[in-house]
Design a protein around this ligand. Structure first.
Ligand code: 8X3
Length: 250
């Protein structure tokens, strides 16, 4: 993957960070994007490859386009875009859920993916080459109780991914999505607003996926020969059968 430039959103933690670490080992050049400059700096220092940092919030449309526009000429060609940034906020029934949580999920998980994709697309179209991988979720394939708007946001990612693959078909740009089940990251801490007990319970009695497991699947999607598109990968812990059936041990 030498000379391949990969842009990862949400790179400062979890799946984004693990993916950055794996691609760095493979010798890729990395554009790492996130909201937490300090974490991005630390990650850059720990990686033994060429790294360019972009500090912006994918929810901020102007900031997205300015950040991509600001790339120095040697970073303007992006071979692979990994739309990883996204979060869950709350796990409540529609009738009691917080509207701010809904806005955060629609703005980040849906509009964020669309903005970053739109900003990066022109140079891929011009070169008739490139790859876009969107982070979906098992929540984007099946709705589960209280998942409502988070599930809606991930269903939207799946629909957007399919639409992109259709529209970009004439340009030879590969488009795919990855749909993880339960992955042990900061995901639940964010969803449950820092409630450690509740968050730990999600993964406590199962062997959850780790961020590195998702990174390896993403690596596979990139590493297959250029004539192959992995349209989607659904990745579950062996302890999880679908969105709701989980083999929780006592
Ligand atoms: C993360 C997986 O099952 O918590 O998207 O929605 S789940």
């Amino acid at each position: 993957m030498k000379n391949t430039t990969i842009l990862i959103t949400g790179a400062s933690s979890g799946i984004g960070k693990a993916t950055a670490e794996l691609f760095a080992k493979n010798g890729a050049r990395l554009i790492l994007c996130g909201r937490r400059q300090e974490r991005l700096d630390q990650l850059k220092d720990s990686l033994n490859t060429e790294v360019h940092l972009l500090n912006f919030d994918v929810r901020d449309r102007t900031a997205v386009f300015e950040a991509i526009e600001s790339l120095p000429s040697q970073w303007k060609q992006i071979d692979v875009l990994i739309n990883n940034a996204g979060n869950a906020h709350g796990l409540d029934p529609v009738q009691t859920a917080d509207l701010d949580d809904w806005d955060a999920m629609i703005d980040g998980n849906v509009k964020g993916v669309m903005y970053v994709t739109k900003a990066i697309l022109p140079q891929m179209i011009e070169r008739k080459a490139g790859q876009i991988i969107n982070l979906g979720s098992i929540a984007g394939l099946e709705v589960y109780p209280n998942g409502n708007v988070y599930c809606a946001s991930k269903f939207a990612v799946d629909a957007f991914t399919q639409g992109l693959r259709i529209d970009l078909n004439p340009y030879g740009i590969r488009v795919g999505a990855i749909h993880p089940g339960l992955v042990e990251t900061e995901f639940s801490m964010v969803r449950f607003k820092g409630d450690e007990t509740r968050s730990k319970n999600v993964y406590a009695t199962i062997t959850a996926l780790q961020a590195q497991d998702i990174a390896h699947a993403i690596e596979y999607m990139v590493a297959v020969p250029p004539h192959v598109t992995i349209a989607d990968i659904t990745l579950l812990p062996t302890d999880q059968a679908n969105a709701t059936v989980v083999n929780r041990k006592q």
